[in-house]
Design a protein around this ligand. Structure first.
Ligand SMILES: [Zn+2]
Length: 302
């Protein structure tokens, strides 16, 4: 039996947006995210994700629920498998928690070990994925039912498949391909979100080769405030794992904000405001870069 408190903890450490965004191209509309429903064929988006309530709802086919329901439906998993999978992603599987799953070792194995595969896509793009059923998963990509990235860039062929591989290996492969072919052309592992293409943000920050501060959203609801005389290069570094300790620990997902300013004060203010709004333990920037600081800095900003 999986204790209720553990299920609650898994839910608290999971953001439904980051889970759904792997499968659905979501656009922010008012308070909600909207996209084409992955569970029925449609041309206009009737699939909604509400981050505040952590729920999804399709007004076309009526499917809806929380993040666990989404994983059960999308990945065709049983309830315990879905919890296990989300707990794994949230880093909550350890010696204490793995007995909740009776260590039906086939379940543990099926989630922690699988096939890592590399797809070549049109336009010299690549996708790296992890699956327990490579045939079915690759077919989904070819049928336009895989990930957002393979819907945007049509698959050409399966390049490689590594059996009995781990999720960490998927990340390593993704990073290797990013180094080889440029981070803009590769998605996979923890770098699966198309939004991580920061050049598509409304601010069009690629035109801003000058001093400024920026706020990055990282995996696991963490954030980073950076400052640079060349914002574009600096952000690219953070995304490519060559940035600071914090962004190596928590991988960047997207750019939330850019402030043009020659004043380093702007970075301090952005850091303090972000710490106040998002929790000091979730934010690093300015002088507070140590991932393991145990005392919050002074948060008074006036
Ligand atoms: Zn639907």
């Amino acid at each position: 039996m999986i204790p209720e408190e553990f299920i609650l903890e898994v839910k608290q450490k999971t953001n439904i947006y980051t889970i759904v965004a792997v499968y659905v191209d979501l656009k922010k509309v008012g308070k909600n995210w909207q996209g084409l429903c992955p569970f029925h064929k449609e041309k206009t988006p009737s699939f909604h994700v509400n981050e505040e309530k952590q729920v999804f709802k399709c007004f076309g086919c009526g499917k809806g629920g929380g993040v666990i329901d989404f994983i059960e439906e999308q990945e065709r998993k049983t309830f315990p498998q879905a919890i296990y999978s989300l707990a794994l992603r949230a880093g909550l599987i350890n010696e204490k928690t793995s007995p909740f799953f009776n260590i039906d070792s086939s379940l543990a194995e099926s989630v922690t070990k699988g096939t890592v595969y590399v797809l070549l896509l049109e336009g010299n793009k690549y996708y790296i994925g992890f699956t327990n059923d490579v045939e079915r998963r690759v077919k989904q990509h070819f049928d336009g039912e895989g990930a957002v990235w393979t819907k945007k860039n049509k698959p050409i062929r399966l390049l490689k498949a590594f059996e009995n591989a781990s999720l960490e290996f998927e990340d390593e492969m993704t990073e290797e391909y990013m180094r080889k072919f440029g981070w803009k052309n590769v998605r996979g592992g923890n770098f699966v979100f198309t939004e991580m293409d920061y050049k598509e943000t409304p601010e069009n920050i690629h035109q801003r080769k000058r001093d400024g501060a920026y706020l990055l959203q990282l995996a696991g609801d963490k954030y980073y405030v950076g400052f640079s005389t060349n914002i574009e290069d600096d952000i690219t570094k953070q995304f490519n794992g060559r940035g600071c300790e914090w962004t190596k620990l928590h991988r960047p997902i997207k750019v939330l904000k850019v402030v043009k300013s020659l004043n380093r004060q702007a970075q301090m203010n952005m850091t303090l405001i972000a710490m106040k709004d998002l929790g000091w333990e979730n934010v690093r920037g300015y002088r507070w870069l140590d991932p393991f600081i145990d005392k919050p800095p002074e948060l008074d900003i006036d």
